[in-house]
Design a binder for this molecule. Structure first.
Ligand SMILES: *Cc1c(COP(=O)(O)O)cnc(C)c1O
Length: 373
């Protein structure tokens, strides 16, 4: 089945008890036992698994082409549960441009667990090969990356990681399975912040891991999820499942609008650099074109005039909202360094933009008036 069809149908079969076409939400925390003390259905307690989350797991596994999926209370819960499932002494490589929460988790918490983390430019395959000459447990890819929209070659990274006996995990939040399917390119695990495009309406937090195989790693991470308890609430699972059905249509418009916004900004003298993999000038354009179906709804810009110019532009927009996060219907713009905490790594002149579903002419008019000042 094609992703557009899976988005509408996987995990969404009508309710067997009532015929309801929209999936029911099961809020029960506990499920009745039979006379022999055994479970009646496959369920016992909500944290361990429940019918609404299971529908979402089925949808995500189908969309990413994995054997199974796990859902979490947030994207960070998914990342943490996966990385903390690695053995003591594990060595992990993460990208130099990646989600801030991952960077902070690796700097502050994983070392306490005896997990070593090194930061590397994943677009530079020679330096990845070089780093893999020392034993490595897991390579983390994020493409396009946050917030600089760097592109790395998933198929090549999978080969390098596997040759070194390591797993490849890929944060696919920016692309979504509608644009890119890392498991089909050789990745072992795909991670999502479903808070973003899957939810799609800036109103539900969630995270997911999709596994290529229902193997020992899947069982270990699943057990850790049940015991450490970062489970997704059924209502959040239901909202996310609802988001799945319109994901293909929304992504098509996000991509079309973002391309126009990127082209417009690239033509403006106030802008030093536009980071959007759909522009032929982007250093990762050829790889993005080969591994993605389209280039996504996210971009970032670096302004002439430094931090002041960036803050001024973010303050002058009227339609775009100056806020963090991404993937909702509304367009957002943010000064990334300001939301990165005590040690920001993003350039001070960088604004990250999540292009929404408004009419493109209104979006461009807003950016035009913000640049005019
Ligand atoms: C938001 C985000 C995360 C973290 O997800 P939460 O749902 O906020 O915990 C991880 N990776 C990327 C690329 C993100 O955008």
């Amino acid at each position: 089945m094609r992703p557009e069809t899976n988005a509408v149908h996987a995990g969404q079969t009508p309710d067997a008890a009532t015929g309801a076409v929209a999936p029911p939400i099961h809020l029960a925390t506990t499920f009745e036992h039979g006379a022999d003390g055994a479970r009646i259905s496959s369920y016992e307690y909500q944290r361990e698994g429940n019918p609404t989350s299971d529908r979402l797991r089925e949808a995500l596994a189908a969309l990413e082409g994995g054997e199974d999926a796990l859902v979490f209370a947030s994207g960070m819960a998914a990342i943490t549960t996966l990385l903390e499932s690695l053995p003591n002494g594990a060595r992990v490589l993460i990208p130099d441009d990646c989600y801030t929460g991952l960077r902070i988790l690796c700097a502050e918490y994983l070392p306490e667990r005896g997990i070593l983390v090194e930061t590397i430019d994943m677009a530079d395959l020679d330096s990845v090969r070089n780093a893999c000459t020392t034993p490595v447990t897991l390579v983390w890819a994020e493409t396009p990356s946050n917030p600089r929209l760097k592109i790395c070659d998933i198929a090549q990274l999978a080969q390098i990681a596997h040759a070194a006996g390591a797993l490849l995990a890929c944060d696919n939040t920016f692309a979504t399975p509608l644009l890119q399917q890392p498991l089909s390119l050789g990745a072992d695990v795909v991670m999502h912040s479903t808070t973003k495009y899957f939810g799609g309406h800036s109103d539900v937090l969630g995270g997911a891991l999709v596994f290529a195989r229902r193997d020992a790693l899947f069982s270990r991470v699943g057990h850790r999820l049940h015991i450490t308890g970062a489970s997704l609430a059924p209502f959040s699972a239901w909202l996310t499942l609802r988001g799945c059905r319109s994901l293909p249509a929304r992504m098509a418009l996000h991509c079309a609008n973002a391309r126009r916004v990127a082209e417009f900004l690239a033509s403006r003298p106030e802008i030093q650099r536009v980071n959007y993999p759909g522009l032929p000038t982007h250093p990762g354009h050829a790889i993005a074109a080969s591994q993605m179906r389209d280039f996504g709804g996210m971009l970032s810009i670096e302004l002439h005039g430094g931090r002041e110019a960036a803050l001024a532009m973010a303050a002058r927009v009227k339609l775009f909202i100056n806020a963090t996060s991404l993937g909702g219907c509304e367009s957002l713009i943010e000064h990334r360094a300001s939301v990165e905490g005590v040690n920001p790594v993003s350039p001070q002149n960088l604004l990250r933009i999540s292009v929404g579903l408004e009419h493109i002419d209104d979006l461009i008019a807003d950016l035009e008036q913000a640049l005019a000042g």
